[in-house]
Design a protein around this ligand. Sequence first.
Ligand SMILES: O=C(O)C(=O)C[C@]1(C(=O)O)C=C[C@@H](O)C=C1
Length: 309
Amino acid sequence: MTTTLEPAPAASVGYLGPAGTFTHRTVLADPALAALRHVPCADPDELMARLSDGSVTYGVLAWENSVAGLVGPTADLLAGLGTGKAVDPSERSQVRLHRDVVIPVRFQLVGRPGARPEALRTVRSHPHALDQCRAWLAEHAPRSSLVPAPSTTAALEFALGDPTGRTAAVTPKAGLAAPRLSVLADDIGETATAETRFVVLGRDEPARTGRERTVIACFQQRDRPGSLMTVLEPFARAGIDLLRIESRPTRDGLGRSYFLIEWRGHPDDPPPRAVLRELAERAVRVRVLGTFDEPNPSRPTPSRPRKAG
Ligand SMILES: O=C(O)C(=O)C[C@]1(C(=O)O)C=C[C@@H](O)C=C1
């Protein structure tokens, strides 16, 4: 008698769906991610929930765009905001940054065949996509309201569902062919060289490489004069190279914010460890969001998606 062994459950990667989004392209463009089982998620909250309960092994979300800047909701989710749960900044985030993948982002306008952009009333897409096409839309579709959709591909549903044909969607260039829709205009982004940096998220601790950059979220009890200095000064004294600082609202009152800080190094190395300890002594609550690798010139950055859907 032969016994059939159950295959081990395959590792999976969740992404902002449906199929065809830039996030999906990123999964397809990265050989290690492309080989996993792909799980489309309706929004970043679903992705984080699935990562937390283990129903996906990894997740991919947009982190920053060369035109529209930081994708705030991704940082906020990792910082523990917007989850409906109390923030526990004293810990490492359970779901962590693992590495980044950069892909080019170019856009097209999709709508009913023959629709003229100047006659459109509504253009729908992911807010970051709308941001990057604002100038073109203002000039060529001046009568349309720009209305957010959960993702670029999800926006297609709204174009399909408008019987007047006056709704169009901004989607990835050369993206999925949608039935009954056609490309009304191509390359409508602000620059032809725009790129988005996506992050791969996971629950395990990535292996040390010695080339890490760390991202932390710093929360202070009160906003008072010199509060940014309180956070930055220990880094300066320890000679740690700061790469980026952003301030994000904590969502619990006007003027209340947390600092998102990216620096060169790993939180387990002695100098950063001492800095994090000192920040705790200064009543700065720090949540480590994880580490990326320094961009490695010998690792080819995928520059083009293998397929669109
Ligand atoms: O809607 C999509 O296609 C996405 O993958 C999301 C997203 C984003 O979150 O910024 C990704 C890259 C583009 O810059 C625009 C939208």
